[in-house]
Design a protein around this ligand. Structure first.
Ligand SMILES: [Mn+2]
Length: 316
């Protein structure tokens, strides 16, 4: 069947990657998804071509998701670690193109593949996506960044990263409009209301810093905070917990209905992903993410054991 479907992540890198793919395939439909809903979202795809951007394969559904792609022309761009048990070769067999690089963001990978179909200035989306995902230190992005005044670009990326934290821009329809605007060369700040939303988000983040400074606790090499009033800004809350306690690792803990949601950040070069996975396993939970930003879900009542297990692994 004709047509192209773009499935991308709803964070700043995913929006930029999706906008780049949309610029290369302007007739496509663009939808947002995440690892846990990918399999379901693949069930009712009518299009013959699928461009997957910045979506990790989930541990428990990777095989089924890859099977659901068969018979389609699939371009898959991702920079998340593959789940254990799935190799690059396995993924390559199911898709036409698998562009995977742990150190580059999704937007960089999409831009590099489609740049011959894109205007020169589309490189800005790759730069925004990279800064948004903290992966702007690649050789490629650093070279491209040198062509621009980065202070202006920081304004645009901050508008995007912070603006989408607001209620108004958190839903997929608003993000689709934003990706559409950016795919046509618009800047994040051209989106009506986004700059103001970003300014409010910046205010909330500084308020959060003051709260974390008052309430963060320490266990070994970990600074942590529990029971924050809002579920947003989890990464910032975790990082601030490390900063204000002077610890290399910061953890923010949120009570969900049936489990504890753990967000982990670092101030020093430590591979958080593996430690999150292992520490979560020791308490019957699951964890993972990136070396610099990880998370876990653990059973209620096991926080102390989790923190102690994690702390034992920190060698710094
Ligand atoms: Mn990404």
């Amino acid at each position: 069947m004709p047509g192209t479907l773009i499935l991308t992540h709803a964070d700043s890198d995913g929006i930029c990657a999706g906008a780049l793919a949309f610029a290369a395939f302007p007739d496509a439909r663009i939808f947002f998804t995440k690892p846990v809903s990918l399999l379901e979202d693949l069930q009712d795809v009518r299009e013959g071509r699928i461009i997957l951007c910045d979506i990790a394969l989930a541990n428990n559904t990777a095989g089924q998701a890859l099977a659901a792609l068969s018979g389609k022309e699939v371009f898959y761009f991702d920079h998340h670690p593959l789940p254990s048990g799935v190799t690059e070769e396995t993924v390559r067999k199911s898709v036409q193109l698998y562009s995977h690089d742990d150190s580059s963001c999704g937007s960089e990978l999409v831009y590099r593949k489609f740049q011959s179909r894109l205007p020169q200035e589309a490189v800005l989306l790759a730069i925004y996506g990279a800064i948004g995902d903290y992966t702007d230190n690649t050789k490629y992005i650093q070279e491209k960044l040198a062509d621009w005044d980065k202070r202006t670009l920081y304004f645009e990326i901050a508008t995007l990263v912070l603006g989408i934290k607001s209620e108004e821009f958190s839903d997929y329809d608003a993000k689709r409009d934003l990706a559409g605007l950016m795919s046509k060369g618009g800047k994040p700040s051209d989106m009506p209301g986004l700059v103001e939303a970003a300014r409010e988000a910046a205010d909330r983040e500084f308020d959060l810093y003051r709260l974390v400074r008052k309430r963060a606790q320490a266990l070994g090499k970990i600074g942590y905070i529990e029971n924050l009033p809002s579920f947003g800004f989890r990464g910032a809350a975790a990082l601030f917990s490390a900063s204000v306690t002077g610890k290399p690792v910061g953890v923010a803990v949120y009570k969900r209905r049936n489990y504890l949601d753990i967000t982990i950040r670092r101030r020093k070069a430590i591979d958080l992903c593996r430690m999150a996975e292992k520490a979560a396993e020791t308490v019957g939970g699951s964890g993972g993410g990136h070396p610099e930003a990880a998370g876990a879900r653990i059973p209620k009542g096991r926080l102390d054991d989790f923190l102690r297990a994690f702390n034992r692994m920190i060698r710094i």
